[in-house]
Design a protein around this ligand. Structure first.
Ligand code: GDP
Length: 178
């Protein structure tokens, strides 16, 4: 890729089991070894064309649950390095929805003065009969926390491409303002 082609880091946040890895696996092609080493975990890189322009997204799936209330270095690193964030919860798990709000608050604290794009994602919409969080609640939460919202199903590959395209558009919107 040319130097002028934009490259953005997108960090996935959310409780274990909500579908972060499934979502990024659907999206991503390459897992580069130097990327992995640099970020100490799972990093995926893919070029995509959105609205006729190419962009490279590096998606980091390195979030880990809090251990005994300790603020791990990796967690605070994650909150610092993203150009954009995807906060995932499962629509079948209300606790993960509460965690998503908590993560939004942590992120705001970590990046106070910045206007970083955040997308709230309600995943597992295919599990209709296990749903614990309605789409309206997700939307309302996103409105309160001033972020974008989308529901996805990694299992059905529903809205996954739209999610990552939306991330690119949100990043560009803010770049355009500069
Ligand atoms: P992570 O811990 O957030 O990375 O979650 P994973 O991607 O490892 O997914 C946890 C489990 O949920 C796995 O068994 C996935 O197959 C399953 N899963 C992920 N996304 C979906 C989805 O959209 N629908 C259904 N039914 N299962 C899903």
């Amino acid at each position: 890729p040319s130097l002028r082609e934009p490259r953005y880091r997108v960090v996935l946040l959310g409780d274990p089991g909500v579908g972060k890895t499934s979502l990024v696996n659907l999206f991503a092609g390459v897992q580069e070894r130097d990327l992995l080493e640099q970020h100490g975990g799972a990093a995926y890189e893919r070029r995509l064309t959105v609205d006729g322009e190419e962009t490279t997204l590096v998606v980091l799936d390195t979030w880990e649950p809090e251990q005994r209330g300790e603020e791990s270095q990796r967690r605070s690193h994650c909150l610092q390095i993203g150009n954009a964030y995807i906060i995932v919860y499962s629509v079948t798990d209300r606790d993960s929805f509460e965690s998503a709000s908590e993560l939004r608050i942590q992120l705001r604290r970590a990046r106070q003065a910045e206007d970083i794009p955040i997308i709230l994602v309600g995943n597992k919409t295919d599990l209709v009969r296990c749903r614990e969080v309605s789409e309206e609640e997700g939307q309302a939460c996103a409105a309160v926390f001033d972020c974008k919202f989308i529901e996805t199903s990694a299992a059905l590959q529903h809205n996954v491409a739209e999610l990552f395209e939306g991330v690119v558009r949100q990043i560009r919107l803010r770049q355009g303002g500069k």
